[in-house]
Design a protein around this ligand. Structure first.
Ligand code: NAD
Length: 464
């Protein structure tokens, strides 16, 4: 894995394959001095980039998308080896990066301001790039989440410094190489592997970084916002979740039970949108659980590179211990299988007898663990759905369209789905209410989030 030379004063990062615990790469970690030098290079590149005709910037981003498309399998294999993602999911993720770049490229020539009627002249607005943008990514979806920030930021005329998570820097480094090969100016898109408290913090504190797009835990997100405030730094924060999956008695209960496992087992539950609180109307609780049990017990957990596998390992030993701390060995529930031996495995688990305020029911476990909570009526369903500090996603299963809309409008969360668990599409806005974040990514307004609006008045009546 080639990368730019760095000062060696930060210990290098060992990248482990979470399915085997073997070291797959060792990567130099960025120091604050590296971050400072990168900001200087990025600022220079950004000035040139923003000066290019929009059509040229769009073309270069499309070439970057094509380069990603030409290396989908390689990127997917890297994601399997560093993050333990299922190979099919990893291919989708690499394709998602390509699509995000193409979609953002389509916005470059459409990033228009407005003309506002005023007396005495002409008033126009411009959407100016911010300058240098820092993207701090988590390990759970290293490629797509990096691109959620980087693609629209670049398209809007900014330079991007990407700090991947400590455990998953490899796809990010490869994407930076592909960007250069595609013709993006040197320094415009740089990757700074390193630890959060050193490299991440240096980006947050650097006065030359205009905005931080942070995706990660709510605790660190709060710190990033507070530190960035010293420079009035713009932020987008995509944080944790504890999303409800609300199943009403009038739903297609078979379909709801069939879809429930994947809604919290995707990426071994390490998904900010995981539907880990399954709220079931009491009239259909027994039927739902009878359908859910065999579906959970039959999930194939194992080698993520095997196309037949349905769930892979957790990212690390520490993560597995954290998940384990939420599940007492004798807790009543449904349990699937998991391999023995090397690898950070945990079985799919549904806890069926937990209090609504137990830690497993309100805290983000970030593993393959869900709780089932019964409810009596619509009002109680909404109350339970909102009974966490988070508000990222949620699903409503019902055949009553009026109820579906009422409940979606009532639940305090950013992304709701009806008779579906799909939350994330690059062409629709995504983000959280409450402690799940600030700002929105993706969708038609993604580029605007990386601009400042400038208003210009031109007098037609002489000096005024
Ligand atoms: P994390 O907060 O530990 O780390 C996220 C990133 O922040 C990493 O790159 C890390 O190195 C960096 N970081 C850590 N300390 C820092 C500091 N002091 N200053 C600057 N950067 C710092 O989160 P994680 O464990 O990597 O990711 C899991 C979390 O991410 C979960 O809570 C999950 O819900 C959340 N997440 C949210 C979304 C969303 O879109 N809302 C998407 C994916 C993951």
């Amino acid at each position: 894995m080639s990368q730019q030379p760095r000062q060696q004063s930060a210990p290098p990062l060992d990248v482990l394959n979470p399915a085997t615990e073997e070291i797959v790469a060792t990567v130099a970690a960025a120091t604050p001095a590296d971050v400072d030098a990168a900001v200087t290079r990025a600022a220079r590149a950004q000035a040139r980039w923003a000066g290019l005709p929009p059509g040229d910037r769009a073309r270069l981003l499309r070439r970057f998308a094509a380069a990603v498309d030409g290396h989908l399998e390689e990127l997917a294999r890297l994601e399997v080896s560093e993050a333990g993602h299922l190979i099919g999911d990893a291919r989708w993720e690499a394709g998602n990066v390509r699509d995000l770049l193409d979609y953002a490229a389509g916005g470059v020539e459409r990033l228009t301001g407005r003309q506002i009627p005023v007396p005495g002249g002409l008033d126009v607005t411009f959407l100016e790039p911010l300058g240098v943008v820092g993207v701090i990514a988590p390990w759970n979806f290293p490629m797509p989440i990096a691109a959620w920030g980087a693609a629209p930021a670049l398209a809007a005329g900014n330079a991007v410094l990407l700090k991947p998570a400590e455990t998953t820097p490899l796809t990010a480094l490869r994407l930076a190489e592909l960007a250069l090969a595609a013709g993006l100016p040197e320094g415009l898109f740089q990757v700074l592997p390193g630890t959060g408290p050193v490299a991440g913090n240096a980006l947050v504190e650097h006065p030359g970084v205009a905005k931080i797009v942070f995706t990660g835990s709510t605790a660190v997100g709060r710190r990033v916002w507070a530190k960035g405030a010293a420079h009035l730094k713009r932020v987008t924060l995509e944080l944790g979740g504890k999303s409800p999956n609300i199943v009403f008695a009038d739903a297609d209960v078979e379909a709801a039970a069939a879809a429930a496992p994947q809604s919290f087992l995707d990426n071994a539950g390490q998904d900010c949108c995981a539907r880990t609180r399954i709220l079931v109307q009491r009239d259909v609780l027994d039927r739902f659980l009878a359908l859910l049990a065999p579906a959970i017990e039959s999930v194939t957990v194992g080698d993520p590179a095997d196309e037949a596998t349905r769930m892979g390992p957790l990212i690390s030993k520490a993560q597995r211990e954290r998940v384990r701390s939420y599940v007492a060995p004798d807790a009543p529930g449904i349990r699937g299988k998991a391999p023995e031996g090397p690898g950070f495995w945990f079985p799919p688990t549904v806890l069926t007898d937990v209090s609504p305020d137990a830690p497993a029911a309100v805290e983000e476990v970030f593993g393959p663990v869900a709780v089932v909570l019964p409810f009596e009526d619509e009002a109680e369903a909404v109350r339970l759905a909102d009974a966490t500090e988070y508000g990222l996603s949620g699903s409503v299963w019902t055949r009553d369209v009026g109820r579906a809309l009422r409940v979606c409008r009532a639940v305090r969360a950013g992304n709701l789905s009806v008779n579906s668990h799909a939350s994330v599409r690059y062409w629709t806005p995504f983000g959280g209410f409450k402690q799940s974040g600030i700002g929105r990514e993706l969708g038609p307004d993604a580029l605007a989030a990386f601009t400042e609006t400038k208003n210009v008045f031109i007098s037609t009546e002489g000096p005024q």
